[in-house]
Design a binder for this molecule. Structure first.
Ligand SMILES: *Cc1c(COP(=O)(O)O)cnc(C)c1O
Length: 382
């Protein structure tokens, strides 16, 4: 180890980190509203950068949070009894098939920690969710990135790679359905036939963070397939359609045996008391979910039709975000939008330097974004 020492003190710890971490770049989140207000002194800021629910938490959720707050001197229920019971009822599984996570992000990490050795492979698609390469590299494992097909997952190419004799099988395969940031999704028939062909020792993580927004009848609710595929783990979250990003709570459904493995590596109290209570209230608040879905569908329509008018192409989706193509480096346009108080998400780190991703907001937020985008595009075309 080539430690940089000054007067006997190590000043650079990167060389001491495990191999994967030495070259790891941290996740870059959407810019917080406060940052932009501070930096530019703007009074009006619209943040459409992190796929959050623009409605904010429902009244029922706020009430549950306030009740739960009186108990924060106690450790939370580490087993999440009540929330797991409600989820088990909803999906017709046993509570032992459920794993709660500090966001579904934590579950992605637990899977890799439990099943992947340094040097093992983890497979996922080009343009797939940024956390997959992060958790893979943190485990000093190898990312096996499969080129995308029309911005979506190329399942045939994945199968071909897994069937090739000369390459070791990935330990874990991540599939985001729908995918973030591209918004593409895989239909039921195709996904089912794919799962049938994946070697049974490969853990398939089906990330359904945006499932609640999907309107397409052909969108698969893969929870129904758990008995058939013991290598399947489906993740879901309360961060998106349920509006609880700030509380960090998500979950997975799998075989009891796989959940047992994850239970060994999680922190004893990985999900907190307030988050569990809020998630339980959110799960019971059908009206809020319906409203969120409806607002999103209307917002998508509004944004897609305005982009059509502006001659800006985009990748069609049903999720609560949309990627649009500026046909040139998107960074200057992103900067100009920031200057006008609009925060969207650059996706150059996803291999899409000409694109930006916008989250669907309220009608007013969408209007503001579209009016500012129009101005910026007009200025840039001169
Ligand atoms: C947002 C997101 C998640 C994780 O969200 P959590 O807040 O950690 O539950 C997981 N997968 C995808 C594809 C996402 O976009």
């Amino acid at each position: 180890m080539a430690n940089k020492e000054i007067d006997g003190l190590i000043t650079d710890w990167v060389d001491n980190a495990v191999p994967g971490v030495q070259t790891l770049s941290p996740y870059v989140p959407g810019k917080p509203v406060d940052d932009l207000v501070r930096e530019l002194g703007l009074s009006k800021v619209v943040k459409l950068a992190s796929n959050e629910n623009p409605l904010g938490p429902s009244e029922k959720i706020l009430a549950a949070i306030s009740t739960a707050a009186t108990e924060v001197h106690r450790y939370p229920d580490g087993s999440g009894y009540h929330l797991k019971a409600a989820l088990a009822d909803r999906y017709q599984v046993t509570p032992d098939q459920i794993t709660l996570g500090n966001g579904s992000n934590e579950i992605l990490e637990l899977v890799v920690r439990a099943f992947v050795n340094p040097g093992d492979r983890v497979m996922f698609s080009e343009h797939a969710f940024a956390v997959y390469p992060l958790v893979t590299q943190a485990a000093s494992a190898i990312s096996q990135i499969v080129p995308a097909k029309v911005w979506g997952h190329d399942l045939e190419a994945m199968l071909a790679l897994m069937k090739a004799d000369d390459s070791p099988l990935p330990r874990v395969l991540f599939i985001a359905n729908p995918n973030n940031p591209t918004g593409t999704w895989i239909e039921e028939k195709e996904l089912y036939s794919f799962l049938k062909q994946v070697p049974p020792e490969v853990v398939v993580v089906l990330d359904q963070a945006y499932a609640e927004y999907m309107m397409d009848d052909a969108y698969p609710l893969a929870e129904a397939w758990l008995n058939e595929f013991s290598n399947l783990l489906v993740t879901r979250t309360f961060s998106k359609a349920y509006g609880l990003s700030g509380l960090r709570i998500g979950y997975s459904l799998s075989s009891e045996s796989m959940a047992n493995v994850l239970n060994r590596v999680r922190q004893p109290f990985n999900t907190n008391h307030i988050a569990q209570a809020a998630a339980l209230a959110a799960l019971e608040d059908d009206q809020f979910l319906a409203e969120s879905r409806q607002l999103n569908a209307a917002g998508l329509k509004q944004i897609m039709s305005a982009l059509d008018d502006l001659n800006v192409s985009y990748i069609p989706t049903q999720a609560n975000f949309l990627c649009f193509d500026l046909a040139k480096d998107a960074m200057p346009i992103n900067q100009e939008l920031l200057a006008k108080g609009v925060i969207v998400r650059p996706v150059a780190n996803y291999g899409m330097p000409h694109w930006l991703r916008v989250s669907i907001g309220t009608r007013e937020e969408n209007d503001y974004f579209l009016s500012q985008l129009k101005l910026v595009l007009e200025l840039n075309s001169k």
